[in-house]
Design a protein. Sequence first.
Length: 245
Amino acid sequence: MEETISLQDLFKTLKKNLGIILLTTILAVTIAGAVSFMFLTPIYENSTQILVNQEQTEASQLTNQNIQTDLQLINTYSVIIKSPAILDQVIEQMSLDTSAEALTQKITVNTAENSQVVNVVVRDEDPKQAVEIANTTAQVFETDIQELMNVDNVSILSAAVLKENPSPVEPNPILNMAIAAVVGLMLGVGIAFLREYLDTSMKTEQDIEDILGVPLLGVISPIKEEAKLQAKPATNRRKAADVNG
């Protein structure tokens, strides 16, 4: 026999296990909040912008050909910025206790489509150090690219600046707790339906009809304890009357 579950049964199951659903949701949110605030290290982000532009020898505007040349060079520049040739000098100038490979993981180089501006984004546990790494990387690249590629078309458009009260970009406690709430809710609902599926006991007359698939003919009413207690004194009085008679 194919078993079907109505929408009413679903709501009944959720209502019966509402405590478990709320408990798992609250527990998940609490754990996510505790981990985000107490165990995860804050990560700060800062960036500097580099302009790739042909040096003008005459008082004329840039031609489309020069702009396209600069755009093609940007991909090459993005690789050079994160190369050991640049990062080893950054480490030396800042006296960093790290390697070029590890420093590469903290730096992201990107640019908007058809833009001649390159963004050097740095993430670090120390907001001040993130600013210094971004600016030093841009300065070293601006100086060395002239020798590496024999060009003079790179200039720093805007340097990274340390804000008065920097806010970490990671972790995001609110987002983590919201995700945990959804996961906890789904987990609680899953546990509720799993309990309902594994519970094969028959508690009501309707359960008997649903499980056995036969109509219920009658019900034996439970015998109350009070009726038994009242019946015993009456029996004892009849026995005493027989003895006296």
